[in-house]
Design a protein around this ligand. Sequence first.
Ligand SMILES: O=C(O)CCC(=O)C(=O)O
Length: 264
Amino acid sequence: MITPAQREAWDREGYFFLRSAIDPAFAAAVEDEVVGRIRADPPAAHPGEQTYSSGDNYLIYPETEPSPGAANPEDLVSKVFNCHAEGLSRQLAERREIVDVVAGLIGPDVDCFQSQFIFKNPGVIGQPWHQDSYYFKFDKQPQVGVWVALSRATLENGCLWVAPGSHRSGEIFEHVPDRRPAANRGYQEIVSQDTTAKVSALMEPGDVLIFHSYLMHMSTDNVADYRRSAMVYHYGRVGTQASTPESAFVLSRVNRWIPVRRAE
Ligand SMILES: O=C(O)CCC(=O)C(=O)O
């Protein structure tokens, strides 16, 4: 299910790309679906709410510092969780091009447990250095992140950056709150690790980045005049449990465990 080169990249670097894995027209349809849902239930209908639920699954995070040029409801949204529980976003989460690779890394049986549609609108700040497993308080580690480019990801619009090999310590490092004034509430950063060897993840619509949940990564601010959109999925092994009752409670808001692959 994975090539020797992919296995080597996973072990040594903690990430690799699947270039042109998804038809750009399908990527655009996924984005249209999420945008349509936001237009049907916009942030303006939820004044003062830091997050709001929409339908059975969507958990929408309005932007704390919207772009000055915001015109449409989606321009006021930072991210949407739980898209993978339904619709085209679920179909994308289930695509064999992705799921077979994930199964080759941590399988054979895997679930998709989280998704975030990340709108990075013009003027919006990036996310600081972090490891995703810091947030995934689970008994089984690691997980696999799958970052699907729905738009281009460029240096200007705030592409992802990774610290190659940073997963290899096998440690989840201490994180501290992001102190930037415009930071999304509650986001945490790693401050003590050497990230000088960072590599940019420049991507075209339909490109996919597969990454280890211990890999340190960050993204820069969007200084372009166009959006950078991505659907970020996370996959784990079947039977994974929250490591404490407290983490089960916290994770239940942003996680939906959806079976995507079982060994034949
Ligand atoms: O896409 C981004 O800007 C950041 C995504 C990220 O860091 C994450 O999904 O953990």
